[in-house]
Design a protein around this ligand. Sequence first.
Ligand code: ZN
Length: 342
Amino acid sequence: MLFSQILGQQRAKRFLKQAMSREKIPHAYLFTGISGVGKTSTAMALATALNCQEPVDYEGCGQCLPCRQMVSGNFPDFLIIKPEGQNIRIHQIRDLNRSFSFAPALGRYRVCIIYQAETMTMEAANSFLKALEEPPPGNILILNATEPLDLLPTIVSRCQKVPFQPLMLQDMTDWLVKSRGLDQETAMALASISGGSLGLALKMCDGDFLDKRQEWLLRLMKLVGFSKEKALDVAFECAREDRKKALGIPESGEPGLRDMLSVWESWYRDLLVLKVGGPEELVINQDFSHKLKKTTESFKIDNLIDSLLAIEQSQQDLRRMRNTQLVMEHMVMSLNSLGRSG
Ligand SMILES: [Zn+2]
């Protein structure tokens, strides 16, 4: 993976190349941003550039042994730590600290990337702080997180922060047309539904996401008209599906609760756009525009805003590993009562 192959993120790339040009390269970075915008790819590009035998303008050559090993996933000095189940655990950090006591096996730099760093348990985070304070030379740590506020401030303050932005709609559309052979319209719809996350857009074109999305939107439309009791059933149903999914293969990329919430969020955004008379091109769920126009008539602006806030709150709560059932109950009841009061 090379910097030039990563879509968008010019600022992040420029920042990292500048950091490489300094005599002393910072040893810890915190990449923040929603998932699917290139954080992992950028970490790989950085590892490649740092270890390339003939880098050109702080970019891997793509030809030498370390570059080829990075491409094939066999580079020995590239480590990945990701949550085991819900959390990154202390034994994983201990293993990391142990590997730091050896020099990099082959490359000049050992690069370790920590996915979803916000899921470290308190013990893991404390043990990690030691690694962050003074890693032996030649070790670079890259933490990936959606939201820096979810991390210990002492961890955040020891890292170079590199924010990643959601990708531009047009850039994503062009990319999907060119690299995936999608037609312009589908590419545009996927790019907008995914909210600037290429990872999510790809997941959507590969899996049964588009069918799922249909199902979720119908569920939401029904939910708003339900009685309180029936609305509560919807919360149970969502939490149960999520548990079932968690029992399966966690990294299967199957559409899940968080995807459902993004879709619901897009729905209320669309309603709001139409309510305030915004341009119709801004509507994400273009294929539902007729239904959206009808629905928006029965809502007050304030209720649409409160519904959006309720969804955003629940997204945040789920990221912080709050109880799924309770989070869903709370959100579903809010949406239901905001919907019924119009
Ligand atoms: Zn190279």
